[in-house]
Design a protein around this ligand. Sequence first.
Ligand code: GDP
Ligand code: MG
Length: 246
Amino acid sequence: MSFVRFKSFEEKNGFSRIRVCVLGSTGVGKTAILVRYLTKRFIGDYCSGKDLLYKKTVGIDDFSAVLEIADTSSSSKEFSFPDVHVSWADACIVVYSIGNSSSFEAAAHMIETIQKLKEPLYIPLLLIANQKDLEHLRQVGAEDGQAVAVANNCHFTELSAAEDVEGVRCTLTALFREVRALKLQRQAVRQPTRKTLKNVSRLISSLIGRSSTSTDQQPYHCNDSHKTSPKEAQRTAKESNLGHLK
Ligand SMILES: Nc1nc2c(ncn2[C@@H]2O[C@H](COP(=O)(O)OP(=O)(O)O)[C@@H](O)[C@H]2O)c(=O)[nH]1
Ligand SMILES: [Mg+2]
């Protein structure tokens, strides 16, 4: 049986799928940031109180991406952490307002919870300090946001959904780029190419003292008759002077 390399989602479909979950206290501007990114507009008054899912195809650099963005709501008293959305997401954006210190504390806590939920996998995280235009109401310093970001290995920026079209666009685009790069990298690790397999096969053959060319010509087998018992493996290692690898 010859080994076939499966195509990645992007190779099959011609676009990348990027799923993002946005979290943060009520009123910090989560929906405003997303609407700004998706429509370039700031309308000032947004639907709130329920989770929303936005879907849009965008062009980023030389690739197309279908963005699926879950805008979570925490307005109800029985707010519970949106585990399902976070598990579903490739990346998370956590928002707080520079004018609201309790939203900052909540954001720091959310970041830790997200990381625990995703462990041991790395998940791209972006911490946004919003409403930067409301400087006169500031309760949280930029250095505080930065410190939380550094401690949790996530990205950080201060911006204003109300005034900063380019800042919103650049920040979110950078996150989408990272998600796509990470997906391609994970895909490459999961699915070794035919060339990689050939190299691994050569290496194994040289280690156990067989001629590499004879192994190259063998098709890849995976039935039980080719499995080696632990004892056989030990014997092979001894015979080929690899006893120290036991
Ligand atoms: N001045 C200012 N107001 C903002 C900004 N972002 C959002 N808002 C306002 O803050 C309120 C809450 O925004 P919203 O997006 O609904 O918050 P969410 O509950 O986190 O989704 C709305 O009245 C927005 O117009 C901002 O950057 N600057
Ligand atoms: Mg909202």
